[in-house]
Design a protein around this ligand. Structure first.
Ligand SMILES: NC(=O)c1ccc[n+]([C@@H]2O[C@H](COP(=O)([O-])OP(=O)(O)OC[C@H]3O[C@@H](n4cnc5c(N)ncnc54)[C@H](O)[C@@H]3O)[C@@H](O)[C@H]2O)c1
Length: 327
């Protein structure tokens, strides 16, 4: 396959690029490097610096590349994704996340490119109605980030219907870990994800961490979530792209692990390496007690089976954080 990866210099997009290359596909990356890192793009991969909200940037790539060989698939990772920021800057989120997708689809239709793989999120479900989240559960996002992703999902569905295209929409839950090469990983200044924060605390990069509430109706009172290794997630994108291309049909799938762990269970697992100092603080608004993705559909349709369990994910994040702290 020849694949355009938009947002391929970011955390998840770069892991998709690595998995595509390992599976011998031709990859072209587009990224505006707003949160991405150019060093995450492997040598030999063609990189276009460009912004998906600028039509001329997209047209240039499609005109140049499709004259050589049309893309079989376009993968979209190019979003803004910080929930509190989306609450204060909703227009920026709609512009980047929704207008960016609209322009991408417009340019794809002009060049007769038929297959799109899109990164969506558990945030489209809003406050979940049940613990094990399934794809046909009701979607009522509770922040502009989730709303912008749901608007994009719907636009993709309508456009694919009208232009006889195929989509693979993935809704991710909690993603962590790093590629086995340790060349790429989650490298951000203001980390918000539980596993990297816990690992940073164990490594002494943070003095302590806060556990937001321990009076939920869960196994030990702390919130329960499911976790997925970023390389397993990236591998699903290769399978999803092949599936829509070969079967000429669309799919919408959760990507998660089907298994929940509490915040304290994560801390216990990380504590096997080093002590984790934490304090229990008040609950955070909008945190459901328990949220776990059902991944039955992804397993059935794509034959996707996550290879890494919780201890692998934590070990991988720990190795990556140790490596970058020495750089
Ligand atoms: N990280 C998670 O836990 C998580 C969970 C659910 C869904 N997602 C989705 O996964 C996707 C990737 O997330 P990530 O964690 O890799 O984020 P990231 O910020 O690391 O990656 C996003 C990439 O897109 C680029 N980008 C952003 N806007 C762009 C634009 N207008 N034009 C060109 N490039 C642009 C950024 O520079 C960056 O390289 C997003 O769509 C996000 O909504 C992520």
């Amino acid at each position: 396959m020849k694949v355009l990866v938009i947002g391929g210099a970011g955390y998840i997009g770069s892991h998709a690029v690595y998995e595509l290359i390992r599976d011998n596909h031709e990859v072209v990356v587009m990224d505006n490097l707003s949160t991405g890192d150019e060093t995450f793009i492997p040598k030999g991969v063609k990189f276009y610096f460009g912004d998906i909200t600028k039509r001329e940037d997209l047209s240039k790539i499609f005109e140049t590349e499709c004259a050589i060989k049309p893309f079989d698939v376009v993968m979209h990772f190019a979003a803004k994704l910080i929930v509190p920021e989306s609450m204060s800057k909703p227009l920026e989120y709609y512009h980047n996340n929704v207008e960016g997708v609209r322009l991408m689809l417009e340019v794809m239709t002009e060049h007769n490119i038929k297959n799109v793989v899109f990164s969506s999120t558990a945030a489209v479900y809003g406050n979940p109605v049940k613990t094990l989240c399934e794809e046909d559960d009701i979607t009522i996002p509770v922040n502009p980030y989730g709303a912008s992703k749901l608007a994009s999902e719907n636009m993709i569905k309508w456009v694919c219907n009208a232009y006889k295209m195929n989509y693979c929409i993935f809704r991710y839950f909690n993603v962590a870990g790093a590629d086995k090469s340790l060349e790429i990983g989650l490298k951000k200044d203001n980390l918000t994800h539980l596993i990297p924060i816990t690992v940073q605390t164990a490594l002494g990069i943070r003095d302590k961490m806060i556990v937001f509430g321990d009076d939920y109706d869960t196994v030990d009172g702390t919130c329960v979530r499911d976790y997925i290794h970023v390389s397993d997630l990236a591998h699903a994108h290769v399978l999803g792209a092949k599936y829509i291309l070969n079967n000429n049909e669309s799919v919408l799938l959760n990507l998660g692990s089907n298994e929940g762990y509490s915040v304290k269970q994560i801390i216990d697992e990380v504590s096997k390496y080093a002590k984790v100092n934490y304090e229990v603080g008040p609950r955070r608004e909008g945190d459901p007690a328990s949220l776990i993705a059902s991944n039955t559909k992804a397993k059935e349709i794509l034959g996707w089976i996550p290879q890494n369990g919780l201890s692998d994910i934590i070990k991988s994040d720990m190795e990556y954080r140790k490596k970058i702290s020495n750089e």
